[in-house]
Ligand binder design. Sequence first.
Ligand SMILES: Nc1ncnc2c1ncn2[C@@H]1O[C@H](COP(=O)(O)OP(=O)(O)OP(=O)(O)O)[C@@H](O)[C@H]1O
Length: 250
Amino acid sequence: MPDATPILEADRLAKSFGTSTALDGLSFSLAEGESLGLLGVNGAGKTTAMNLLLGLTTPTSGSIRVFGLDLWKHRIEILRQVNFSSAYTALPSNLLVWQNLNVFAKLYGIPKPKQRIEELLELLDITHLRKSVTGTLSAGESTRVNLAKALLNKPRLLLLDEPTASLDPDIADRVRKLLRKLQHENNLSILYTSHNMRDIHEVCDRLIFLHGGKVLAEGTPDHIAEKFNRSSLEDLFIGVARGEVEAIVK
Ligand SMILES: Nc1ncnc2c1ncn2[C@@H]1O[C@H](COP(=O)(O)OP(=O)(O)OP(=O)(O)O)[C@@H](O)[C@H]1O
């Protein structure tokens, strides 16, 4: 029988900074092989949630379980099988691309690191950047190098914070297809944030719409817009940002 333990479970997760509440009672679970989108306007709490789920900051209250284990008690063991990529996190700029990937491969204890790095450079169509200085890459190029870093350890759980930001439409399409392929072929679980509705529709099986740190709605991409009587997710987004949607909720 397949193991039904969720890959990731957040239970009433909250985070405050001084008197300001960034996240207020986020609960969800992510199944093996599922892709879940965290959606919300600027300042909704998405990055705060990602940072908590990666164990980078501690929650004010609530708990996180990854692979059925408490994140804080089993952090090292868990993080070996997790990876992360953000359009806004830079890799050390003075290293060549392959050197950067090699450092991370060593940190993760990857067997045959050279072979794995070549495989990923090819997969992301960046073999030609192997000897480029990381700090000189274009935004789109460094996003793809970051994604290669995120796949090095063949993670079971991948957290992606706006992974297609700054990619041109062709490369963004390739990245979305690659993520879907990895999800289906390797049973990869993905937590995904994006402001690109095409990404959300193509990559996410399910969504959580955050607003002001709280869950506004949960469901499939099509279902959420309908629930609020909005013609599309983009339209729902605009409605939330302009304060029109709360009126519909009430
Ligand atoms: N370290 C911090 N100190 C104080 N406030 C913070 C800190 N980090 C986040 N916040 C606040 O928490 C709220 C949520 O921020 P967060 O970065 O999680 O939003 P987001 O949904 O990722 O936004 P964006 O779409 O703009 O990236 C914001 O009001 C932000 O100002």
